[in-house]
Design a protein around this ligand. Structure first.
Ligand code: HEM
Ligand SMILES: Cc1cc2nc3c(=O)[nH]c(=O)nc-3n(C[C@H](O)[C@H](O)[C@H](O)COP(=O)(O)O)c2cc1C
Length: 537
């Protein structure tokens, strides 16, 4: 396996983490331990090669699933299966995988797997429990796998072997976690980011952190805030400030919500459920991704009574599939539907591709030349403005939010087509590189379509690059009703679970409060463009 990039990255992660809340006295234990070659290879096996996930669920000698009894003997051996037997079924004519100690024949699922046949083929003949659970909500399984695909259970020895398997990456992560300072040493969102980089698996960090192409859009999202200055007013009584507001009718402790991000389970076993707990404690709205690691059902179960969770949809070419997803979200109590519209095709995410390609294709010579296929997996390229009415008809009474607007003209269209809100966003710089920073789009709205910012039944939100309370204040001064946090929430949950999310919101609340007092305002509705100098934007 080629580790040329892996090791420096892991070391860099540890270095940066030590400069923030990692106990100095434990630094020696934070160094990756020497790991036998076999363990490295096993680690490599987890994702075709190379990638491993944070321990999520130990393969358990659990009782056979209910459908097993019906199917026992149909394909099957009926008896218990060893890892060696499992490994023999690793080709497209007979493809078995083990999940939580149970073995399934997925040969006829290979070409239907929504995540692509390649990844499934590469993992045939293996235990894929950790990988499976970190990507798929539990409901996925029953939806796609028939009872007759159950082959049998892994034998005791195999289960024991699997339970003892700890990859080099898992050891590195555990050592880093052991060396972390307590949560109260975290003082900023960037502290959480550095910690997350140190404690999530390498491929997960590649996925979370990547932008598209040159990553100019990613960088500019945050930089744009640095080009806007405050014009603070003074000699006003600011002894009592109120940072709260409402977001689509939901009371919110600060004008901030959690943007939808896929696969939170790669960074923390509780994933979006932990985000829900943190958001609930701190009193802000969470929007759950279409590709979340947890189902809306599970997230609602983790949430407080009455806590609201929005549901984000990627419209699929199979409209009935999308209709079903919306109906299910409504049934499970979604507060609102957030339709993402900046993903007609997946952006070219080079950082992520580079790392995965190195891990998946370690051989230096003799590889066939691959053309990366265009990935339409995330959305329907035929989507138009008229689809807003269709979505609305599927979720009567629920707010419909259009997420991923990059030009002021589209804000006007969304308003005219009956959306309840828009999110000015370039998907955190992961889609069209050089798409202008959302703060600039907001400025354009303020210049060209200011009326849309002052409608009682229409809200303009923004996400991308928010890392400080002052960023939140700048967006509100320009007319945004609230802002979304994408990566910061992932960093927070990856580093400290639900407490991390709560801490992140506490930090922002303090920063917003300090900023308001120093600006000379006592409530968020007093914020306006007169508090800004935008001449450098
Ligand atoms: C055998 C049972 C499996 C089923 C039923 C299944 C089902 C699915 C479904 C429905 C999706 C689409 C995601 C969504 O709509 O939420 C998906 C995506 C995916 N699956 Fe699987 N899958 C299985 C096994 C695996 C395995 C063994 C792997 C890897 C080793 C894997 C890796 C992926 C990946 C990487 C994606 C793309 C996720 C994304 O783009 O965010 N799947 N799978
Ligand atoms: C790892 C990751 C996964 C994301 N997944 C989704 C998603 O599933 N649906 C979606 O609408 N946006 C998704 N986004 C975009 C975010 O909702 C949001 O627009 C972006 O992260 C904001 O930028 P920020 O990360 O600088 O806060 C994702 C972003 C990241 C970083």
């Amino acid at each position: 396996m080629t580790l040329t990039l892996a090791r420096p990255l892991a070391r860099a992660a540890l270095r940066t983490a030590r400069s923030v809340p990692v106990r100095a006295s434990s630094t020696s234990s934070a160094a990756p331990r020497a790991v036998p070659r076999t363990a490295r290879l096993l680690a490599a096996a987890a994702l075709g090669a190379g990638a491993t996930f944070l321990a999520l669920s130990e393969p358990a000698a659990a009782e056979a699933p209910p459908h097993a009894k019906a199917s026992a003997g149909s394909i099957a051996t009926g008896g218990k299966i060893s890892l060696a037997q499992l490994a023999k079924h690793s080709h497209s004519k007979s493809l078995w995988i083990a999940i939580d100690g149970k073995v399934y024949d997925v040969t006829d699922f290979l070409d239907r797997h929504p995540g692509g046949s390649k990844i499934l083929a590469e993992n045939g003949g293996k235990d894929v429990s950790k990988l499976f659970h970190s990507i798929h909500p539990p409901t996925t399984f029953d939806k796609y796998i028939r009872p007759d695909q159950y082959v049998g259970q892994l034998d005791e020895e195999s289960l024991y072997t699997l339970s003892k398997e700890t990859s080099e990456e898992e050891q590195r992560i555990q050592a880093t976690r052991d060396a972390m300072f307590g949560i109260n040493s975290v003082v900023s969102l960037s502290d959480l980011e550095r910690l997350a980089e140190a404690v999530v698996p390498r491929h997960a960090w590649a996925y979370y952190s990547t932008g598209a192409d040159t990553e100019a859009a990613l960088g500019e999202n945050a930089n744009a805030f640095k080009r806007v200055y405050f014009r603070p007013r003074t000699m006003r009584d600011v002894s009592n400030t109120d940072t709260s507001t409402t977001v689509l009718g939901v009371k919110s402790s600060i004008p901030v919500y959690i943007s939808p991000t896929a696969r939170n389970g790669m960074g923390h076993p509780e994933g979006e459920a932990a985000v829900a707990r943190g958001a609930g404690e701190a009193g802000i709205l969470q929007v759950l991704s279409h590709f979340a690691s947890k189902s809306l059902d599970e997230v609602k179960a983790a949430a407080k009574d009455g806590q609201q969770v929005g549901y984000q949809l990627y419209l699929q070419p199979d409209r009935e599939q999308s209709a079903e997803a919306v109906r299910e979200a409504v049934k499970n109590g979604a507060h609102s539907i957030w339709l993402t519209v900046d993903t007609t095709i997946l952006g070219k995410r080079e950082t992520e591709r580079r790392i995965l390609a190195q891990e998946l294709s370690p051989a230096p010579h003799g590889q066939p030349l691959n053309r990366a296929p265009l990935d339409y997996g995330m959305s329907e390229p035929k989507m138009t403005w008229d689809d807003i009415a269709w979505i609305r008809s599927l979720a009567p009474g629920l707010p419909v939010v259009i997420k991923g607007i990059g030009a002021w003209e589209d804000v006007v269209l969304a308003y005219q087509k009956g959306a309840d809100a828009v999110v000015l966003s370039n998907h955190g710089g992961r889609q069209l590189d050089f798409a202008q920073p959302p703060l600039k789009t907001l400025y354009d709205v303020h210049q060209h379509a200011p009326d849309t910012l002052h409608q009682p039944n229409f809200s303009v939100f923004l996400d991308g690059g928010i890392r400080h309370g002052t960023d939140v204040l700048k967006a509100l001064c320009l007319g945004a009703k609230a802002v979304g946090l994408g990566r910061p929430a992932i960093h927070a949950v990856s580093a400290y679970g639900s407490e991390g999310v709560e801490k992140m919101i506490m930090i922002l609340q303090e920063e917003i409060d300090i900023g308001m007092k120093l600006l000379g305002v006592t409530s968020v509705d007093q914020l306006g463009p007169e508090y800004l100098d935008t001449s450098k934007l």
